[in-house]
Design a protein around this ligand. Structure first.
Ligand code: TXA
Ligand code: MG
Length: 351
Protein backbone atom coordinates (compact mmCIF):
# COMPACT_ATOMS: atom_id res chain seq x y z
CA UNK A 1 0.00 0.00 0.00
CA UNK A 2 1.36 3.43 -0.94
CA UNK A 3 1.69 6.19 1.63
CA UNK A 4 -1.53 8.12 2.24
CA UNK A 5 -1.84 11.62 0.83
CA UNK A 6 0.02 14.07 3.02
CA UNK A 7 -2.32 15.78 5.45
CA UNK A 8 -1.93 19.53 5.33
CA UNK A 9 -5.43 20.90 5.10
CA UNK A 10 -8.87 19.48 4.74
CA UNK A 11 -10.13 20.02 1.17
CA UNK A 12 -13.85 20.74 0.91
CA UNK A 13 -15.49 19.87 -2.43
CA UNK A 14 -19.07 21.04 -2.97
CA UNK A 15 -20.99 18.30 -4.77
CA UNK A 16 -24.53 17.94 -6.09
CA UNK A 17 -26.20 15.53 -3.63
CA UNK A 18 -28.65 14.16 -6.20
CA UNK A 19 -26.33 13.92 -9.23
CA UNK A 20 -22.77 13.86 -7.97
CA UNK A 21 -20.12 14.91 -10.49
CA UNK A 22 -18.03 11.87 -11.32
CA UNK A 23 -14.71 13.76 -11.50
CA UNK A 24 -15.21 15.02 -7.93
CA UNK A 25 -16.17 11.52 -6.79
CA UNK A 26 -13.02 10.17 -8.47
CA UNK A 27 -10.80 12.65 -6.56
CA UNK A 28 -12.29 11.48 -3.27
CA UNK A 29 -12.14 7.80 -4.26
CA UNK A 30 -8.42 8.16 -5.10
CA UNK A 31 -7.78 9.44 -1.57
CA UNK A 32 -9.58 6.40 -0.12
CA UNK A 33 -7.63 4.01 -2.36
CA UNK A 34 -4.38 5.56 -1.08
CA UNK A 35 -5.30 5.08 2.55
CA UNK A 36 -6.59 8.60 3.28
CA UNK A 37 -9.74 9.82 5.04
CA UNK A 38 -12.79 11.33 3.30
CA UNK A 39 -15.96 12.56 5.02
CA UNK A 40 -19.11 12.18 2.93
CA UNK A 41 -22.86 12.64 3.32
CA UNK A 42 -25.11 9.63 3.81
CA UNK A 43 -28.90 9.70 4.19
CA UNK A 44 -28.45 9.48 8.00
CA UNK A 45 -25.40 11.56 9.05
CA UNK A 46 -21.95 12.36 7.59
CA UNK A 47 -19.55 9.42 7.65
CA UNK A 48 -15.77 9.51 7.98
CA UNK A 49 -14.57 6.98 5.42
CA UNK A 50 -11.44 4.89 4.94
CA UNK A 51 -10.70 1.75 2.89
CA UNK A 52 -12.18 -0.97 5.14
CA UNK A 53 -9.63 -3.53 3.94
CA UNK A 54 -6.63 -1.32 4.87
CA UNK A 55 -5.75 -1.72 8.53
CA UNK A 56 -3.55 1.40 8.61
CA UNK A 57 -6.22 3.56 6.98
CA UNK A 58 -8.75 2.34 9.55
CA UNK A 59 -6.33 3.20 12.34
CA UNK A 60 -6.29 6.77 11.04
CA UNK A 61 -10.05 6.99 11.61
CA UNK A 62 -9.62 6.18 15.30
CA UNK A 63 -6.86 8.79 15.61
CA UNK A 64 -8.75 11.54 13.75
CA UNK A 65 -11.90 11.05 15.86
CA UNK A 66 -10.17 10.41 19.16
CA UNK A 67 -12.27 7.23 19.19
CA UNK A 68 -11.26 4.38 21.53
CA UNK A 69 -10.11 1.31 19.62
CA UNK A 70 -12.73 -0.69 21.56
CA UNK A 71 -15.58 0.91 19.57
CA UNK A 72 -16.25 -1.01 16.31
CA UNK A 73 -16.92 0.72 12.96
CA UNK A 74 -19.61 0.11 10.32
CA UNK A 75 -18.49 -1.11 6.87
CA UNK A 76 -20.36 0.50 3.96
CA UNK A 77 -20.95 -1.25 0.63
CA UNK A 78 -22.36 -0.09 -2.72
CA UNK A 79 -23.76 -3.39 -4.07
CA UNK A 80 -25.15 -6.60 -2.63
CA UNK A 81 -22.33 -8.68 -4.14
CA UNK A 82 -19.90 -6.86 -1.82
CA UNK A 83 -21.71 -8.38 1.18
CA UNK A 84 -19.99 -11.75 0.67
CA UNK A 85 -16.66 -9.95 0.53
CA UNK A 86 -17.08 -8.56 4.06
CA UNK A 87 -19.22 -11.18 5.86
CA UNK A 88 -19.35 -14.99 6.24
CA UNK A 89 -22.21 -17.47 6.82
CA UNK A 90 -24.79 -14.84 5.85
CA UNK A 91 -28.26 -15.98 7.00
CA UNK A 92 -31.25 -15.91 4.64
CA UNK A 93 -32.83 -13.28 6.90
CA UNK A 94 -30.04 -10.83 6.02
CA UNK A 95 -30.93 -11.09 2.33
CA UNK A 96 -34.61 -10.62 3.14
CA UNK A 97 -33.81 -7.50 5.16
CA UNK A 98 -31.47 -6.22 2.44
CA UNK A 99 -34.24 -6.67 -0.13
CA UNK A 100 -36.61 -4.57 1.96
CA UNK A 101 -34.36 -1.97 3.64
CA UNK A 102 -31.24 -1.56 1.45
CA UNK A 103 -30.06 0.76 0.25
CA UNK A 104 -30.98 2.54 3.47
CA UNK A 105 -30.59 3.24 7.17
CA UNK A 106 -30.24 -0.35 8.40
CA UNK A 107 -26.92 -1.77 9.66
CA UNK A 108 -26.67 -5.55 10.07
CA UNK A 109 -24.14 -7.31 12.28
CA UNK A 110 -22.85 -10.53 10.74
CA UNK A 111 -19.84 -12.83 10.98
CA UNK A 112 -16.70 -10.98 9.83
CA UNK A 113 -14.80 -12.15 6.71
CA UNK A 114 -10.97 -12.20 6.75
CA UNK A 115 -10.80 -9.33 4.19
CA UNK A 116 -11.93 -7.00 6.96
CA UNK A 117 -9.08 -6.42 9.41
CA UNK A 118 -9.81 -6.89 13.14
CA UNK A 119 -9.37 -3.21 14.05
CA UNK A 120 -12.53 -2.32 12.04
CA UNK A 121 -14.55 -4.40 14.51
CA UNK A 122 -12.50 -3.71 17.65
CA UNK A 123 -11.26 -7.35 17.34
CA UNK A 124 -14.81 -8.80 17.51
CA UNK A 125 -15.47 -11.80 15.23
CA UNK A 126 -18.39 -9.83 13.75
CA UNK A 127 -18.79 -6.97 11.29
CA UNK A 128 -21.46 -4.27 10.97
CA UNK A 129 -22.53 -3.71 7.35
CA UNK A 130 -24.68 -1.06 5.70
CA UNK A 131 -25.51 -0.08 2.12
CA UNK A 132 -26.27 3.66 2.18
CA UNK A 133 -28.80 5.13 -0.27
CA UNK A 134 -27.37 8.64 -0.53
CA UNK A 135 -26.19 9.15 -4.15
CA UNK A 136 -22.85 10.66 -3.01
CA UNK A 137 -22.13 7.81 -0.58
CA UNK A 138 -23.14 5.24 -3.17
CA UNK A 139 -21.01 6.79 -5.93
CA UNK A 140 -17.99 7.18 -3.66
CA UNK A 141 -18.01 3.57 -2.43
CA UNK A 142 -18.55 2.26 -5.98
CA UNK A 143 -15.72 4.40 -7.37
CA UNK A 144 -13.34 3.45 -4.55
CA UNK A 145 -13.86 -0.18 -5.55
CA UNK A 146 -13.58 -1.28 -1.93
CA UNK A 147 -15.87 -1.48 1.10
CA UNK A 148 -15.61 1.73 3.13
CA UNK A 149 -15.34 1.76 6.94
CA UNK A 150 -17.09 4.86 8.23
CA UNK A 151 -18.18 5.94 11.68
CA UNK A 152 -20.09 9.20 12.07
CA UNK A 153 -17.82 12.14 11.15
CA UNK A 154 -17.65 13.79 14.56
CA UNK A 155 -15.14 13.90 17.38
CA UNK A 156 -15.77 10.98 19.74
CA UNK A 157 -18.71 11.62 22.13
CA UNK A 158 -19.83 14.79 20.31
CA UNK A 159 -23.20 14.94 18.50
CA UNK A 160 -22.97 13.38 15.01
CA UNK A 161 -22.36 15.71 12.07
CA UNK A 162 -25.29 16.46 9.76
CA UNK A 163 -23.59 19.28 7.78
CA UNK A 164 -20.10 19.94 6.40
CA UNK A 165 -19.69 22.77 8.91
CA UNK A 166 -20.17 20.24 11.76
CA UNK A 167 -17.49 18.01 10.23
CA UNK A 168 -15.11 20.98 9.90
CA UNK A 169 -15.81 22.11 13.47
CA UNK A 170 -14.66 18.71 14.77
CA UNK A 171 -12.17 17.36 12.23
CA UNK A 172 -10.68 20.24 10.22
CA UNK A 173 -6.98 19.53 9.54
CA UNK A 174 -7.38 15.93 10.73
CA UNK A 175 -8.88 14.42 7.55
CA UNK A 176 -8.01 14.79 3.86
CA UNK A 177 -11.32 15.74 2.29
CA UNK A 178 -15.01 16.46 2.82
CA UNK A 179 -17.56 15.97 0.06
CA UNK A 180 -20.09 18.70 0.84
CA UNK A 181 -23.50 17.48 -0.25
CA UNK A 182 -25.50 19.72 2.10
CA UNK A 183 -27.54 18.57 5.11
CA UNK A 184 -28.17 14.86 5.61
CA UNK A 185 -31.89 14.12 5.22
CA UNK A 186 -32.69 11.71 8.09
CA UNK A 187 -30.40 13.28 10.69
CA UNK A 188 -30.07 10.36 13.13
CA UNK A 189 -27.85 7.34 12.53
CA UNK A 190 -28.85 3.94 11.16
CA UNK A 191 -30.64 1.23 13.12
CA UNK A 192 -28.07 -1.37 14.23
CA UNK A 193 -29.42 -4.95 14.14
CA UNK A 194 -27.37 -7.90 15.42
CA UNK A 195 -28.06 -11.09 13.46
CA UNK A 196 -25.31 -13.17 15.07
CA UNK A 197 -27.19 -14.32 18.20
CA UNK A 198 -30.09 -16.72 18.88
CA UNK A 199 -32.63 -14.00 18.05
CA UNK A 200 -32.22 -10.74 16.12
CA UNK A 201 -31.49 -7.86 18.50
CA UNK A 202 -31.58 -4.13 17.83
CA UNK A 203 -28.53 -2.56 19.51
CA UNK A 204 -29.33 1.00 18.43
CA UNK A 205 -32.69 2.37 17.24
CA UNK A 206 -32.26 4.61 14.19
CA UNK A 207 -33.45 5.58 10.74
CA UNK A 208 -35.37 2.32 10.10
CA UNK A 209 -38.18 1.98 12.66
CA UNK A 210 -38.64 -0.98 14.99
CA UNK A 211 -42.21 -1.29 13.69
CA UNK A 212 -40.94 -1.75 10.11
CA UNK A 213 -38.39 -4.36 11.23
CA UNK A 214 -41.07 -6.27 13.17
CA UNK A 215 -43.02 -6.81 9.94
CA UNK A 216 -40.20 -9.15 8.91
CA UNK A 217 -38.94 -10.16 12.40
CA UNK A 218 -41.97 -10.49 14.72
CA UNK A 219 -39.80 -11.69 17.66
CA UNK A 220 -37.34 -8.79 17.36
CA UNK A 221 -35.57 -7.96 20.62
CA UNK A 222 -34.40 -4.54 21.66
CA UNK A 223 -31.33 -4.13 23.81
CA UNK A 224 -31.49 -0.58 24.99
CA UNK A 225 -30.96 0.98 28.37
CA UNK A 226 -32.97 3.92 27.20
CA UNK A 227 -36.32 2.88 25.82
CA UNK A 228 -37.96 0.76 28.52
CA UNK A 229 -39.41 1.76 31.86
CA UNK A 230 -36.10 0.66 33.36
CA UNK A 231 -34.48 3.75 31.81
CA UNK A 232 -34.59 5.60 35.07
CA UNK A 233 -33.13 2.80 37.15
CA UNK A 234 -29.81 3.11 35.33
CA UNK A 235 -27.28 5.21 37.13
CA UNK A 236 -25.73 7.88 34.93
CA UNK A 237 -22.25 6.67 35.83
CA UNK A 238 -22.94 3.42 34.00
CA UNK A 239 -23.76 5.14 30.75
CA UNK A 240 -21.41 5.89 27.95
CA UNK A 241 -21.04 9.58 27.35
CA UNK A 242 -22.38 10.00 23.85
CA UNK A 243 -23.92 12.62 21.61
CA UNK A 244 -23.17 15.03 24.39
CA UNK A 245 -23.51 18.76 24.23
CA UNK A 246 -21.07 20.55 26.51
CA UNK A 247 -23.96 22.11 28.45
CA UNK A 248 -25.92 20.29 31.16
CA UNK A 249 -29.05 18.61 29.72
CA UNK A 250 -32.33 18.73 31.69
CA UNK A 251 -34.41 16.07 29.95
CA UNK A 252 -38.05 15.56 30.94
CA UNK A 253 -39.67 12.21 30.15
CA UNK A 254 -43.20 13.63 29.86
CA UNK A 255 -44.05 15.26 26.57
CA UNK A 256 -46.43 17.57 28.44
CA UNK A 257 -43.75 18.81 30.83
CA UNK A 258 -43.87 22.37 29.44
CA UNK A 259 -44.95 24.11 32.65
CA UNK A 260 -42.46 22.29 34.86
CA UNK A 261 -39.71 23.11 32.39
CA UNK A 262 -40.62 26.79 32.34
CA UNK A 263 -40.59 26.96 36.15
CA UNK A 264 -37.16 25.30 36.26
CA UNK A 265 -35.86 27.56 33.49
CA UNK A 266 -36.98 30.66 35.45
CA UNK A 267 -34.89 29.48 38.35
CA UNK A 268 -31.81 29.00 36.17
CA UNK A 269 -32.28 32.46 34.63
CA UNK A 270 -32.58 33.96 38.11
CA UNK A 271 -29.17 32.46 38.88
CA UNK A 272 -27.72 34.21 35.85
CA UNK A 273 -27.42 31.11 33.68
CA UNK A 274 -27.76 31.03 29.89
CA UNK A 275 -30.64 28.70 29.06
CA UNK A 276 -31.30 26.85 25.80
CA UNK A 277 -34.51 24.98 24.94
CA UNK A 278 -35.23 22.27 22.35
CA UNK A 279 -38.85 22.20 21.31
CA UNK A 280 -41.35 21.67 18.50
CA UNK A 281 -42.59 24.74 16.58
CA UNK A 282 -46.02 24.45 18.22
CA UNK A 283 -44.45 24.94 21.68
CA UNK A 284 -42.49 28.11 21.02
CA UNK A 285 -45.23 30.59 22.01
CA UNK A 286 -45.21 29.29 25.61
CA UNK A 287 -41.57 30.33 25.93
CA UNK A 288 -41.53 33.60 24.05
CA UNK A 289 -41.57 35.89 27.10
CA UNK A 290 -38.53 34.17 28.64
CA UNK A 291 -34.98 35.27 27.94
CA UNK A 292 -33.94 31.85 26.63
CA UNK A 293 -32.40 30.62 23.37
CA UNK A 294 -34.99 28.60 21.48
CA UNK A 295 -34.09 25.85 19.00
CA UNK A 296 -37.28 24.87 17.18
CA UNK A 297 -37.02 21.34 15.80
CA UNK A 298 -39.95 21.64 13.36
CA UNK A 299 -43.48 20.22 13.37
CA UNK A 300 -42.97 16.47 12.96
CA UNK A 301 -40.73 13.70 14.29
CA UNK A 302 -39.03 13.53 10.88
CA UNK A 303 -38.15 17.22 11.09
CA UNK A 304 -37.06 16.88 14.72
CA UNK A 305 -34.69 14.01 13.84
CA UNK A 306 -33.22 15.96 10.95
CA UNK A 307 -32.52 19.01 13.15
CA UNK A 308 -31.66 17.44 16.50
CA UNK A 309 -27.85 17.27 16.29
CA UNK A 310 -27.57 20.68 14.60
CA UNK A 311 -29.70 22.16 17.40
CA UNK A 312 -27.51 20.63 20.13
CA UNK A 313 -24.39 21.93 18.41
CA UNK A 314 -25.92 25.37 17.89
CA UNK A 315 -26.85 25.71 21.58
CA UNK A 316 -23.34 24.65 22.56
CA UNK A 317 -21.75 27.20 20.25
CA UNK A 318 -23.94 29.89 21.82
CA UNK A 319 -22.45 29.00 25.19
CA UNK A 320 -25.57 27.93 27.06
CA UNK A 321 -25.10 26.52 30.57
CA UNK A 322 -28.14 24.28 30.45
CA UNK A 323 -30.43 22.79 27.78
CA UNK A 324 -34.08 21.94 28.51
CA UNK A 325 -35.76 19.24 26.42
CA UNK A 326 -38.57 16.71 26.74
CA UNK A 327 -39.49 13.38 25.19
CA UNK A 328 -41.96 12.88 22.33
CA UNK A 329 -43.85 9.82 21.11
CA UNK A 330 -41.60 6.78 21.03
CA UNK A 331 -43.05 5.29 17.81
CA UNK A 332 -41.28 5.36 14.48
CA UNK A 333 -38.37 7.78 14.48
CA UNK A 334 -39.41 8.78 18.01
CA UNK A 335 -37.51 5.79 19.43
CA UNK A 336 -34.26 6.98 17.84
CA UNK A 337 -34.85 10.57 18.95
CA UNK A 338 -35.53 9.52 22.55
CA UNK A 339 -32.43 7.30 22.57
CA UNK A 340 -30.25 10.24 21.39
CA UNK A 341 -31.82 12.65 23.91
CA UNK A 342 -31.21 10.26 26.82
CA UNK A 343 -27.63 9.70 25.72
CA UNK A 344 -27.11 13.47 25.40
CA UNK A 345 -28.40 13.72 28.98
CA UNK A 346 -25.99 10.96 29.98
CA UNK A 347 -28.91 8.88 31.20
CA UNK A 348 -30.42 11.42 33.57
CA UNK A 349 -34.15 11.78 32.97
CA UNK A 350 -36.54 13.89 35.04
CA UNK A 351 -39.93 12.28 35.72
O1 TXA B 1 -25.97 5.96 10.10
C1 TXA B 1 -24.93 5.47 10.53
O2 TXA B 1 -24.88 4.33 11.03
C2 TXA B 1 -23.64 6.29 10.38
C3 TXA B 1 -23.36 6.50 8.91
C4 TXA B 1 -22.05 7.19 8.65
O3 TXA B 1 -23.41 5.27 8.26
N1 TXA B 1 -22.55 5.65 11.05
C5 TXA B 1 -22.46 5.58 12.41
O4 TXA B 1 -21.31 4.98 12.86
O5 TXA B 1 -23.31 6.03 13.16
P1 TXA B 1 -20.84 5.05 14.39
O6 TXA B 1 -19.49 4.47 14.38
O7 TXA B 1 -20.98 6.41 14.90
O8 TXA B 1 -21.80 4.07 15.12
C6 TXA B 1 -21.72 2.69 14.84
C7 TXA B 1 -22.41 1.88 15.88
C8 TXA B 1 -21.71 1.96 17.20
O9 TXA B 1 -22.68 2.02 18.23
C9 TXA B 1 -20.94 0.65 17.26
O10 TXA B 1 -20.72 0.23 18.57
C10 TXA B 1 -21.87 -0.29 16.50
O11 TXA B 1 -22.42 0.52 15.48
N2 TXA B 1 -21.13 -1.41 15.90
C11 TXA B 1 -20.28 -1.35 14.86
N3 TXA B 1 -19.76 -2.57 14.61
C12 TXA B 1 -20.27 -3.41 15.53
C13 TXA B 1 -20.12 -4.80 15.81
N4 TXA B 1 -19.32 -5.57 15.08
N5 TXA B 1 -20.81 -5.31 16.86
C14 TXA B 1 -21.63 -4.53 17.59
N6 TXA B 1 -21.83 -3.21 17.37
C15 TXA B 1 -21.15 -2.66 16.36
MG1 MG C 1 -21.06 7.93 16.10
Amino acid sequence: MTAPPELRDTTVLAINPMQPDSSLIEQAAAILRHGGLVAFPTETVYGLGADATDENAVDRIFVAKGRPSTDPIIVHIAALNQLEQVALDIPQLAYQLAERFWAGALTMILKRAPTIPPNVSATLPTVAVRMPSHPVAHALIAAAGTPVAAPSANTFSRPSATTTQHVLDDLSGRINMILDGGSTPIGVESTVLDLTGQVPVVLRPGGVSLEALREIIPDLQLKSKYLGTDTLAVSPGQLIKHYSPRAEMCLYADEHAGNAMIAAAYERLAHGQRVGVLLLNSETTLWQSLNVILEALGDTLEEAAARLFAALRSLDSQGVDVIFAHGYERDGLGAAIWDRLVRAAEGRVIV
